[in-house]
Design a protein around this ligand. Structure first.
Ligand SMILES: O=c1ccn([C@H]2C[C@H](O)[C@@H](CO)O2)c(=O)[nH]1
Ligand SMILES: [Zn+2]
Length: 135
């Protein structure tokens, strides 16, 4: 799937954002290596801290359906420049994606920042670190 197509998918996902508190809609589209796309939107809660970001919604939907191999991620919001994923989402990306997996950070003005999981979270604590504990 083309980058432009995945970005369009993230814009569609954004429309379902449940954001009565921030009114800040975010959409994510996560492409599996099998070619399927999982949509994610941010989902807020009156207990603010229970909010789930668009990116993590997409990952958790995919993983809960048995998908753990990903090829690309697009994230979009109505920001001045390309939207910047929060730390929690960067950690979840590092858990499930290869360091060089492309991530497209975009906005509604057509700005696209093409980055990678490793660039978003250099030196991430990873599953490998746990596996080698005590060596
Ligand atoms: O990359 C981001 C940044 C923020 N949010 C959400 C969380 C909250 O609902 C709102 C404001 O932080 O935006 C995301 O979903 N993804
Ligand atoms: Zn986040």
């Amino acid at each position: 799937m083309k980058k432009e197509q995945l970005i369009e998918e993230s814009k569609i996902a954004r429309k379902n954002a449940y954001v009565p508190y921030s009114h800040f809609q975010v959409g994510a589209a996560l492409l599996t290596t099998e070619g399927e796309v999982y949509h994610g939107c941010n989902i807020e809660n009156a207990g603010y801290s229970m909010t789930n970001c668009a990116e993590r919604t997409a990952f958790f939907k995919a993983v809960s359906e048995g998908k753990k191999s990903f090829a690309a991620l697009s994230v979009v919001a109505d920001t001045k420049g390309p939207v910047s994923p929060c730390g929690a989402c960067r950690q979840v990306m590092a858990e499930f994606c290869s360091p060089d997996m492309p991530v497209y950070l975009t906005n509604l003005h057509g700005d696209v920042q093409e980055t990678t999981v490793a660039e978003l979270l250099p030196g991430a604590f990873s599953p490998e670190d746990l596996h080698h504990a005590g060596e």
